[in-house]
Design a protein around this ligand. Sequence first.
Ligand SMILES: NC(=O)c1ccc[n+]([C@@H]2O[C@H](COP(=O)([O-])OP(=O)(O)OC[C@H]3O[C@@H](n4cnc5c(N)ncnc54)[C@H](OP(=O)(O)O)[C@@H]3O)[C@@H](O)[C@H]2O)c1
Length: 324
Amino acid sequence: MAQSVSIGVGTWAWGNQFLWGYRPDLHDAALEATFQRAVALGLRFFDTADSYGTGRFTGRSELLLGRFLQALPPQQRDQLCVATKLAPFPWRLGRRGYHRAFEASRQRLGGRLDRVQLHWSTARYAPWQEGPLLEGLADLVAAGEAESLGVSNMGPRRLRQVQQRLAQRGVHLASLQVQVSLLAPEAVTGGELGACCRELGVDLIAYSPLALGLLVDRARTGGGTDVPPGPRGLLFRRLRPKIEPLLALMREIAAGHGAQVSEVALNWCRAHGAMPIPGLRSPEQADSAAAALAWQMNEQERLALDRRALDLPVRMPANPFLSD
Ligand SMILES: NC(=O)c1ccc[n+]([C@@H]2O[C@H](COP(=O)([O-])OP(=O)(O)OC[C@H]3O[C@@H](n4cnc5c(N)ncnc54)[C@H](OP(=O)(O)O)[C@@H]3O)[C@@H](O)[C@H]2O)c1
């Protein structure tokens, strides 16, 4: 199982001033170098969203990705899967509610969009909104405008309903993206979601696999200090002191494989059958993501990490829109 699970690239930070301190003059060149390194190292799946980028930078993640993609030779571009997530904002209604947003995303991404994903389920607050939006996405796939369709922030019950609805249209549900990390382990340690995905032939994608950078050795490849600036620092101050037992085990396992702590975090997701999509902002971070592809953790290591993670008194905040 683990051999077939790949590693992708997340781009939430690209254009996000509020949480990630984005500045074009400081970051754009490094992001382009990160993209090029990731592609050169064989990372093939890129995840973005039409809501990524804050304030005047809304849409910036797609724009940057589109700019970098257009600089690739066509045969290299053909090997990638570029996936965006369209937000089910309250004003996006009905079967054509996403069509304008889809076109805008495709433009920003350089004219081609491989996978279109529903960013979150509206089942908990506007259950009538989601079905027509999904029908509209299925229309786009059936018309060949996008190659495949995915969803995000759904549990097994909703996933089954959506998969059946799409299957009746003859459209395959390609992937489900949920938060999975050693600080949000329940999605995979319980086994139900993974089993449901396998049964339905839906790829499971792990977002925030590094818990926003808590599950890394920051002194080596991250920002250099233990607590990043801005609102992310609040989360670090609250969780970091409580996760030392987990980090100690991760360091031990990393040392046994000549790897970095971040690689352990990614390979734990892969060992559970979920493709991690770490957020990358430097070529060095792309190097360590790709390095994780060279090894797998064994069953004892995975189980020991499961236990240590489940014993922790803290978790990452859950997405408020996650449906059951
Ligand atoms: N579907 C959804 O609702 C949803 C929600 C959240 C995220 N996502 C997707 O999932 C992707 C990944 O999640 P995420 O960006 O939230 O967080 P993440 O992958 O858990 O953490 C990313 C951060 O970890 C640090 N990092 C990465 N590689 C590292 C390395 N080798 N060594 C040290 N530090 C490293 C970087 O922070 P520094 O640069 O500060 O060092 C990086 O920005 C997102 O980009 C997005 O595409 C989807």
